[in-house]
Ligand binder design. Structure first.
Ligand SMILES: *Cc1c(COP(=O)(O)O)cnc(C)c1O
Length: 476
């Protein structure tokens, strides 16, 4: 009788198949058709190199062809999966820069899909049949919502600050309080941006106290503007003094200078109506006398990455004519999403339902607790069935808004806390954190005093969460 040949074992590097031999195997002929020749070749070469190394290091453990082909296929799958991996954010930071900041409302996602699938009127005036202006997509809405005369949009708020400095203060001086020389994540520093924009920073006052007279004394014939920067990611507390926007506006205007406010996060509605702490709005800054206000699109506004500059028409015109505006402009993806988000602001009474960022921020602790209670036994079951020596607790935590907004304010929330079953077993928590991070849909929490904490503020879809968790490997 004919006995089927087992896969030949490989004991030495010389017994490894060649790249050409592997390429002829049906599974790699298929792989090439699916993923392309180069990625397939790359995966084959890398796996062969690893096998060669393994055989040299420990010649006693024989390997086989089946293992090798599986190894190559796995590598190929990994290398050809989409670069964008969606994940479950249980960090408790709602606007997480590393996770892409604000989630967009459905209307904005639909608008993006439409604008990308068909040609659109990005810069085309349909009533006149002529070239139009892309800022027109949001100009009117931004003016209505903020009370500004005019508005323009660039790639992000860093670009907005850079552009307005270059357009209005090139080779001139800009007065900023020493208490506001901020650095925000990703190497955005006011002094550096200022220098690169070609403006000279004139620091006034001290870290904790700056007075109106400090600004007044610094004004001279080379002054281009007075600037106020929202200290968005820290707070100076104690013996402090800052000058109000109204006072700075008045001083600037007495000297025919523009007064500019970098609001950072900035928002268009009073957050207190949703039970959130106060955050300065663009309207307030303009009403206080600011000539220009700039802010981010993907922080509290809840839209796509963008930088808004709103204010005096004459100044916005100068900014629009600057050649750098062309280099920093946004595309149709941003414009379509941003205009859809701004439209939601025309109905502020439903924003906490329509805008994901507000839905997350305004979610009550009671609701999160109810959700946590529902999840608890099911999560417990999954961990037990996989033999993880972990016990669960429901704990009160404080979520953060993130991205520099309202830096010292915390939002009461609820979390699943994963603790080691044996108190001394600290490593199991790190292993769990790593295993959850490497799931097909990663679950990201944070480790705090020996526990892994999963803040449930931003989680709504229990099924998606449980099905992701079910892919957790058995504890070994
Ligand atoms: C976040 C922030 C910026 C930068 O905005 P991006 O949109 O991230 O470029 C600038 N200034 C302040 C005060 C900020 O908080």
């Amino acid at each position: 009788m004919h006995t089927p040949q087992p896969f030949p074992t490989i004991n030495t590097p010389r017994q490894l198949p060649s790249v050409e031999q592997l390429l002829k195997m049906p599974s790699f002929v298929l792989a090439m058709a699916q993923h392309g020749r180069e990625p397939t070749l790359k995966a084959i070469r890398e796996s062969l190199a690893e096998y060669r190394q393994a055989l040299q290091n420990s010649p006693q453990t024989p390997l086989d062809i089946a293992g090798l082909t599986a190894h190559i296929n796995q590598r190929l799958q990994q290398q050809t999966q989409p670069r964008c991996r969606t994940l479950i954010n249980l960090t408790g930071t709602v606007i997480h820069t590393n996770f892409g900041r604000a989630l967009l409302p459905h209307s904005a996602i639909d608008a993006i899909v439409r604008a990308c699938a068909m040609p659109c009127n990005l810069e085309y005036d349909l009533s006149q049949g002529k070239r139009g202006e892309r800022d027109d997509w949001v100009n009117e809405l931004l003016c209505t919502l903020t009370g500004a005369e005019s508005a323009t949009v660039v790639n992000n708020n860093a670009a907005g600050v850079f552009l307005l400095l270059n357009a209005l203060a090139l080779k001139k001086q800009v007065i900023v309080s020493r208490g506001e020389l901020i650095e925000i994540g990703g190497a955005f520093r006011i002094p550096d941006i200022m220098q690169r924009a070609g403006a000279k920073l004139i620091e006034v006052g001290t870290t904790n106290r700056t007075h109106l007279t400090d600004y007044a004394r610094a004004i001279n014939s080379r002054t281009a503007m007075i600037m106020k920067v929202h200290t968005s990611n820290y707070a100076v507390q104690g013996f402090t003094h800052t000058v109000s926007e109204a006072e700075l506006a008045q001083l600037a205007h007495e000297h025919q200078l523009p007064f500019v406010v970098d609001l950072g996060s900035g928002t268009l509605v009073d957050l207190e109506q949703y039970g959130l702490p106060h955050e300065p709005t663009a309207q307030q800054a303009l009403r206080a006398g600011a000539d220009l206000v700039c802010f981010s699109g993907d922080k509290l506004l809840g839209g796509p990455q963008a930088g808004m500059i709103v204010g005096k028409k004459s100044l916005i015109e100068i900014i629009r004519k600057n050649p750098l505006k062309r280099a920093l402009r946004v595309g149709k993806i941003t414009m379509s999403a941003l205009s859809a988000v701004l439209q939601l602001y025309q109905r502020p009474e439903t924003l906490h339902q329509t805008l994901p960022i507000l839905r997350d921020l305004a979610r009550s602790q009671a609701e999160i607790r109810a959700f946590a209670t529902l999840l608890y036994p099911q999560v417990q079951n999954i961990l037990e069935s996989k033999h993880w020596p972990i016990r669960l607790e429901l704990i009160e935590v404080a979520s953060q808004i993130g991205s520099g907004a309202l830096p010292i304010e915390n939002l009461p929330s609820f979390a699943l806390a994963f603790l080691p079953l044996r108190a001394k077993d600290k490593s199991v928590i790190h292993r769990l954190e790593s295993a959850l991070r490497q799931l097909p849909t990663p679950i990201i929490g944070r480790i705090n005093s020996g526990r892994l904490i999963g803040d449930l503020r931003c989680l709504y879809d229990a099924d998606a969460f449980l099905s992701s968790l079910s892919a957790l490997a058995e504890y070994a």
